[in-house]
Ligand binder design. Structure first.
Ligand SMILES: Nc1ncnc2c1ncn2[C@@H]1O[C@H](COP(=O)(O)OP(=O)(O)O)[C@@H](O)[C@H]1O
Ligand SMILES: [Mg+2]
Length: 235
């Protein structure tokens, strides 16, 4: 059993009166890629927002690297080593690619700007281009790179392949594979199985805010019943 970097234990999360996450538990072992799956509206993004402290759970606990983080504000969670790439790909539109990385980079990380230009070759070619003139795929790469240069121990990725051309998806998959090789722990939210089956070790499926499967990706491959019931595969 490898050490857990993240443990989410029985969280209940609400938006106002609306009850979204119902007793959700999951774990990310050190150095693993864990997929969090489920159809649109299942509660995947809310799970990441709960971990970051953006939408704090009302009950349950979240433990990162041995310390409780539920109740902490997002900037504290980030400072402890959790980086978050939201669905909306936030980059500074008026700053260049280089400047976007420069302002995020923390000292002492192996994930330097220079390393990012190696990992994402298209970004290297447009170092001086402003964020607003990047394509969707380039913005996605820059969002991921901005998260990495903060030197995280855990990376939360929300649907990194969404809306991207296949060639860009391949570049993102290669980048995630490289992060995994270097020992980074990753919680990867996806709606389909293409990337999880290439990269993830473990998988969780949530439906209507509750856990309906937890196991290895290998197990999930065999479970076509779950794939069609909860992920719309083959539908
Ligand atoms: N800001 C919000 N206010 C109220 N309800 C929300 C908000 N964000 C998401 N929800 C609701 O919470 C549920 C889960 O949403 P979400 O976590 O975004 O799902 P997923 O990421 O799996 O598509 C959905 O029913 C959605 O409508
Ligand atoms: Mg979402």
């Amino acid at each position: 059993m490898s050490k857990r970097v993240l443990t989410v234990a029985g969280i209940h999360t609400y938006y106002g009166e609306s009850y979204v996450l119902k007793d959700l538990s999951l774990a990310v072992p050190e150095g693993r890629v864990v997929a969090l799956l489920g159809r649109n509206g299942a509660g995947k993004s809310t799970t990441l927002k709960s971990i970051m402290g953006l939408v704090p759970p009302k009950r349950g606990s979240i433990t990162f690297a041995g310390a409780r983080i539920d109740g902490l504000p997002p900037f504290r969670v980030n400072a402890l080593g959790v980086a978050y790439v939201p669905e909306e790909r936030r980059v500074f539109s008026h700053l260049s690619v280089r400047e976007n990385l420069l302002i995020a980079e923390r000292r002492g990380t192996p994930w330097t700007s220079a390393a990012m230009f190696e990992m994402f070759a298209p970004l290297a070619r447009m170092r001086e281009r402003r964020g607003r003139y990047l394509s969707g795929g380039e913005q996605q790469m820059l969002s991921i790179a901005r998260a990495l240069v903060t030197g995280p121990r855990l990376l939360l990725l929300d649907e990194p392949s969404q809306g991207l051309a296949p060639v860009i998806v391949d570049a993102v998959v290669d980048a995630i594979a490289e992060m995994k090789r270097q020992g980074l722990s990753i919680l990867l939210v996806e709606q389909d199985l293409e990337i999880p089956f290439k990269l993830a070790d473990d998988a969780y499926i949530i439906d209507q805010g509750a856990l309906v499967f937890s196991g290895t990706c290998r197990e999930l491959r065999e479970r076509e019943d779950l794939q069609s019931r909860y992920l719309g595969v083959g539908a």
